[in-house]
Design a protein around this ligand. Structure first.
Ligand SMILES: [Zn+2]
Length: 333
């Protein structure tokens, strides 16, 4: 039996016109996205209300491994590279659910493997106290809703009315910003955000003399949040300003660190003197500071790369994602 036939029998709906890889529906009462990544592979993503503790996951994994038919064929996880947070519908962070991710390899080879898998899955998932479907609408938290939408391969129950409200307010907000761009406001927000985001990287650099790339990612992330909080138009201008702000603040982290170190010896040294003596003098710069400055720049670039889903957000892009999500919404049956 073909995998797609199996899913159709379960009442699952295919997402997208040309996209044969994702199906959505409910399985054992759980909102479930099924991904078909390669030949003879099933990836079930169940949206659940609570995170499953690691030791419990291990025990469940063991139950599958102890079944001869399913040994080395089933993998249970709480995260997966195909599954992101349920957060692209609007700018505000909304309560993101948790997932139980179950992968089955080679289900097509034998029908009994597939049957056994489904039997065990249902038994396990319904007998565990804390593995419950997440059944509240993420926008109003008020009941289950009449539709299901898939965002980053996480399927959630939502109200049609809540979805319509979000689409209308998103479009209205974007329209307002297209007249009143707010670039100055946005830039100030980005700078304030970047400075706050740079504090952890500065502290680690100063106290531990260590560059932590992940902390540099906080700079563009916080700059993007700062820009968005100022409700300024997001597009090519916001992306450019956030990138420039990130680079400047990343370099400033390094300069500030050197200033703090020098101030321990020379208590009356000024910030401007540090810049003039050390960064403007090509000999001193080349001899002592080039490496750290380059590391800061690398930190900025890596940071922008890591937080690109925030930095690269545009009003148009968000409207498009929203339209696709709404387009792909399926009614709860
Ligand atoms: Zn709702």
């Amino acid at each position: 039996m073909e995998r797609t036939d199996v899913l159709k029998q379960l009442g699952f709906k295919k997402l997208g016109e040309n996209d044969a890889e994702r199906f959505v529906g409910t399985l054992f009462g759980y909102p479930t996205t099924v991904i078909l990544p390669a030949i003879a592979q099933f990836k079930f993503v169940f949206t659940i209300a609570e995170e499953i503790p690691k030791n419990q996951l291990k025990e469940l994994q063991k139950e599958f491994n102890d079944e001869p038919l399913l040994k080395n064929r089933v993998t249970l996880k709480t995260t997966d590279e195909n599954v992101g947070k349920f957060n692209t519908l609007e700018n505000n962070s909304i309560n993101s659910g948790f997932v139980l991710f179950v992968e089955l390899i080679n289900p097509n080879t034998e029908q009994e493997v597939y049957d056994k898998f489904m039997e065990m899955l249902e038994q396990i998932i319904s007998s565990e106290e804390n593995i419950k479907p997440l059944d509240s609408c993420p926008y109003c938290q008020n009941g289950k809703g009449d539709m299901m939408v898939n965002v980053n391969n996480q399927l959630r129950f939502v109200h049609k009315t809540c979805l319509d409200d979000i689409q209308q307010s998103t479009i209205a907000g974007n329209e307002e910003r297209s007249f009143n761009t707010g670039y100055i406001r946005g830039t100030l927000g980005a700078i304030a955000g970047a400075v706050i985001g740079g504090i952890p990287a500065l502290l680690i650099l100063y106290f531990a003399n260590y560059f932590v790339w992940l902390l540099f990612a906080l700079i563009p992330l916080a700059a993007s949040i700062g820009w968005s909080l100022m409700k300024a138009k997001r597009g090519i201008v916001s992306i450019a300003i956030i990138i420039i702000t990130t680079i400047i603040v990343s370099l400033a982290v390094d300069v500030t660190c050197n200033f703090l170190i020098l101030r321990e010896e020379l208590s009356d040294i000024l910030f401007s003197e540090v810049i003039r003596y050390f960064y403007m003098d090509s000999y001193i710069f080349g001899e002592y500071l080039m490496r750290d400055t380059l590391l800061s720049l690398v930190g900025a670039v890596i940071g922008i790369f890591i937080s690109w889903s925030w930095v690269g957000k545009t009003d148009k892009g968000e409207e498009k994602i929203l339209a696709t999500v709404i387009d792909e919404a399926v009614p709860v049956e």
